[in-house]
Structure formats: structure tokens, C-alpha cells
Write a protein that binds this ligand. Structure first.
Ligand SMILES: [Zn+2]
Length: 309
């Protein structure tokens, strides 16, 4: 990016590459100081020059480590990453000899964030950067004794390289915003089917009632929640795997409501749900979203949810 560059689509900032010229001298999982971590060391056009770099998104200074010219930053809102994910960005920059950030300071997207440098343990002037796609600021040590964030992603999955001159990109799959289109309607992001907390969703499909929980108004469906019959029968799962029936309507296996009496039997009946729900949380490893039905929190595989306006 160049100084002052901004990128906002659908009311949300794109997370930009902080460097105008990018020459990577040590990539992610490198054999020197990046063992087992996603981090890049970046120098500019000419080695040894302390080039400025800029805020990839509007960022707040969380912590500073003056002895290594290191700053932990966090986006002030959720941002869009190059892999299409939408979340907070928590990131570290290091080795700035002229580091003057103070905790609480807010730097607007495109404003100067720091300068490449050699403070701390370095072999030359550069900026060390690593990014967590989350709000988690914890810093843990891996098996090589190197500190890193949780939820770190490789840098080509983090920043958009619009107006970054890639001098040496180390084979990364670098993307510009044009390659991750966002359809805007009246200034807000159109439906992209990337579900995040706050998304409005509907159940997408006709669901088989696999089992009715006796004495309650709950049913189980293995494809929606991924829980086996065995687990249902043995109550080995947390209660949220039971889905309240109230918002569902009985249909035949093709989705028709004609001639249905709304008396639902386990192993026989089919149901649909036409309500709109707000996603409360998402769980990336299981690709599921938490929604509240009749005051009951359940996790649903996002493949069975359709994002709506
Ligand atoms: Zn480094």
C-alpha cells in the first residue's frame, strides 16, 4: 500500500499489505527465527534503508516492547482478510528503532505505523510482522521456543497487496481486492454466504426428524448437528444438540405442507423452518454457527444455513 491508502468495501476495511515495496527476507515457518510460526520479515526496495510502513487497517496499539521496537496492534473493528475471512486483526510489528507508539493510540488505515529497523535480534533492517485473525492477544511459546499468536494465518491469507510492489514474494499466493469481490448494496456488503457473528440466516433444506426427545419438544437430526443416534440415545452430548421443534413446520419429504398434521414422529417426519435467525458465534474448525431457537442455543453446520438480508 501507499501512504494514505484506504480500502473500505461494504462498510468494512480490507486488511492491506503495510509495505509499499515488499522483499521478503524470511518467510513463514522459516528456519531462522520463524520456526513453526506464520511471520514474514520484509525489507524495502534497497537493503538497509528504514522505509516507513502504514496501518493495514485502523488499528489500536495494545502493547509495546521498546527493547525490540515491537508493537502489538489490533483492528478497532472487524476487517476483511485476503482469504475472505471477516474478523478482528491482532498483529505484531517489530524492530522499529524509532518506535514511539503508546498503548491506546489509534492509527487510521493508511497512516504511518512505523519504520523498518534493526532493533532487537535482527540480521538487517526489516519489519517483522505476524497476524492473528482474531481478537485473541495471547502470546504462546511453541516447541521451538518461539512466541506466536493463536489463530495466526500466513500473510498471503491476511493482506491484500493492492499497490504493493512485490519485489520478492517467496511464492506466496498474493491477492488484490479485485480477486476477492464484495458486492455492495447501498453501502453494505451483499450476501456472500460467508457466515460471521451477526449474519442473518435461514435453515436451508428439508430435515428428517431422526428422534424425538421423550417428554419434551426437542428433536434430533444427525445431519444438522453431526451427532450420532448412539449419542442421542445415551445422552452423551451437551443439550444444545437437541433442537426445539416450535419453529419448525411438518412437511412431506418434498417440502409440501399439504395434508400434514404437525404431529411429528422420530424416524418418520420431515420438517422445515422459515424463520430468520442471527448468528451468535461461529466455530471455524467444525464449520458451525451458534443460533438461538426458543431460548435454546444450538450449533448448526453452516452448510445447512443460508445467509439472507
Ligand atoms: Zn521475523
Amino acid at each position: 500500500m501507499y501512504k494514505g491508502q484506504k480500502s473500505v468495501r461494504g462498510g468494512m476495511e480490507d486488511f492491506l499489505c503495510p509495505f509499499t515495496d515488499m522483499y521478503i527476507t524470511q518467510g513463514s515457518k522459516g528456519s531462522f527465527s520463524h520456526q513453526g510460526i506464520y511471520a514474514n520479515d520484509v525489507r524495502g526496495k534497497v537493503a538497509g534503508i528504514r522505509y516507513s510502513y502504514y496501518a493495514p487497517c485502523t488499528s489500536k496499539c495494545i502493547k509495546t516492547y521498546p527493547e525490540s521496537g515491537q508493537v502489538m496492534w489490533q483492528s478497532t473493528s472487524k476487517v476483511r482478510f485476503a482469504n475472505g475471512r471477516i474478523d478482528y486483526a491482532t498483529y505484531m510489528t517489530a524492530h522499529d528503532d524509532t518506535m514511539d507508539a503508546v498503548p491506546g493510540q489509534i492509527v487510521e488505515q493508511g497512516a504511518q505505523l512505523g519504520n523498518m529497523g534493526s532493533k532487537g535480534n535482527t540480521t538487517g533492517v526489516h519489519c517483522h510482522i505476524e497476524v492473528s485473525q482474531s481478537k485473541d492477544t495471547s502470546w504462546t511459546k511453541n516447541e521451538y521456543g518461539i512466541y506466536h499468536f493463536n489463530n495466526e494465518y500466513d500473510l498471503d491469507d491476511c493482506y491484500f497487496t493492492d499497490y504493493t510492489n512485490i519485489l520478492y514474494g517467496m511464492g506466496g499466493f498474493w491477492r488484490t481486492t479485485g480477486e476477492v469481490p464484495v458486492i455492495e448494496i447501498n453501502g453494505s456488503e451483499a450476501l456472500d454466504q460467508i457466515i460471521h457473528p451477526g449474519s442473518k440466516v435461514m435453515f436451508d433444506g428439508i430435515f428428517h426428524v431422526d428422534i424425538i426427545k421423550r417428554g419434551t419438544n426437542y428433536f434430533g437430526n444427525t445431519s444438522l448437528t453431526g451427532v450420532s443416534y448412539y449419542n442421542y440415545y445415551n445422552e452423551r452430548v451437551a443439550s444444545y444438540h437437541w433442537i426445539p421443534l416450535q419453529d419448525f413446520t411438518e412437511v412431506d419429504q418434498y417440502g409440501s405442507e399439504i395434508n400434514q398434521d404437525d404431529i411429528v414422529y422420530g424416524g418418520e417426519s420431515y420438517v422445515i423452518n422459515k424463520n430468520v435467525y442471527t448468528v451468535k458465534e461461529v466455530d471455524i474448525p467444525t464449520n458451525s454457527a451458534k443460533i438461538i431457537l426458543n431460548n435454546h442455543a444450538i450449533w448448526i453446520f453452516s452448510a445447512f444455513l443460508r445467509e439472507v438480508q
